[in-house]
Design a protein around this ligand. Structure first.
Ligand code: PHE
Length: 339
């Protein structure tokens, strides 16, 4: 008889359950009316008197451990059930985290800012809706000046004095009005021109313009700064300056970098010449300094300006400028790995 009790005891000790029904079955089998323990208690009467003590002790232990087991298993099962409700299934693999990407315009803008920050340029920003003075007149483009046609302008409603800035040179005028030389600043921002939209041009685009004003600033300083920039930005160290015209700089030039002719794409983007135009620049016209109340006898300066889209198209081989503004997730996703 004792052997039977020991057998049942080890069954109780080893019993495990993951469902409430299993625990209930176990409870009925051991502690129910027709369960093992009731059987054993009835059998107690038939046990020889000298074994009664030992047998009684064993079945009492068995009863207690069976009922403890039921309580314990029920409690722990309830725990896991409530945990599941609060935290979900803790054994489930984590959901993948969807990481966004910086827009290529932001990536390139930050790169340009970083390169100029390293040589002491600060960042200046200004309004996208400008007045005539800051966008044109102060920049040596008085009313009716033919060069105003170089940048087709969006005017605000019927007021010809208020417009969407056509370049961020307007920010530089504001910066000169509120700061005294030495001035070393770059102005990144969105600009607007009333142009037909095509693969190569858009009515909205972005620029970074730079301005440096101090005593004895020369064209050689400009050239070295541009050379530094092209090396850092593109890893190319051959540039050329082609004479050009801007109303706010004199002399003025267009900057080309030698891109090379190694691949078919090089041929395509440089139209077979190896050279690429990337920006305009020049020495700040003394009239512009005067308009901003800077002594043009004492100070000289240089300025430059470039389009961010153009540079992003070069760096990432983007064939159509419109892709920047369509927000097609398949396009944007490709910049995930770039910071
Ligand atoms: N503001 C000129 C443009 O938008 C670029 C430029 C800036 C050229 C500074 C010369 C000097 O086209």
């Amino acid at each position: 008889m004792l052997e039977k009790v020991a057998e049942l005891q080890s069954e109780v000790d080893n019993f495990k359950a993951s469902k409430i029904e299993e625990i209930e079955q176990f409870r009925i089998a051991f502690l129910g009316k027709k369960g093992h323990l009731n059987d054993l208690f009835s059998a107690f009467k038939t046990i020889a008197p000298d074994q009664k003590k030992e047998f009684g002790k064993a079945i009492n232990i068995l009863k207690k451990s069976a009922s403890d087991k039921v309580t314990l298993l029920k409690a722990s099962l309830e725990d896991t059930l409530t945990q599941k409700n609060v935290y979900g299934d803790l054994t489930k693999p984590a959901e993948p985290i969807l990481i966004g990407a910086n827009h290529p315009i932001t990536i390139v803008k930050n790169k340009i800012i970083d390169v100029f920050n390293r040589i002491g340029f600060s960042i200046s920003e200004g309004p996208e809706i400008e007045d005539d003075w800051h966008n044109f007149t102060a920049l040596n483009l008085p009313e009716h000046h033919p060069a105003r046609d170089m940048q087709d302008t969006f005017f605000i409603a019927t007021n010809p004095n208020i417009l969407l800035r056509t370049h961020t040179s307007s920010v530089q005028v504001r910066h000169m009005e509120t700061n005294t030389p030495p001035i070393r600043t770059i102005s990144p921002g969105r600009v607007f021109r009333n142009e037909d939209i095509s693969a190569r041009s858009h009515c909205i685009f972005h620029q970074v313009e730079g301005l440096y004003i101090d005593t004895d600033v020369s064209f050689a300083d400009l050239k070295q700064t541009l050379l530094y920039f092209t090396k850092e930005m593109f890893g190319k160290s051959k540039i050329r300056l082609r004479p050009s015209y801007f109303p706010f700089t004199e002399p003025s030039a267009e900057v080309d970098i030698y891109w090379g002719l190694e691949t078919e794409t090089d041929y395509k983007i440089t139209k077979g010449t190896g050279w690429l135009e990337i920006m305009g620049c020049g020495m700040v016209d003394p009239n512009v300094l005067k308009n901003a109340n800077i002594d043009s006898e004492k100070y000289t300066g240089y300025a430059f300006g470039m389009g961010i889209e153009r540079i992003a198209m070069l760096l990432y081989q983007i064939p159509d400028i419109r892709m920047f503004y369509e927000n097609d997730i398949r396009f944007l996703n490709q910049f995930k790995a770039v910071l």
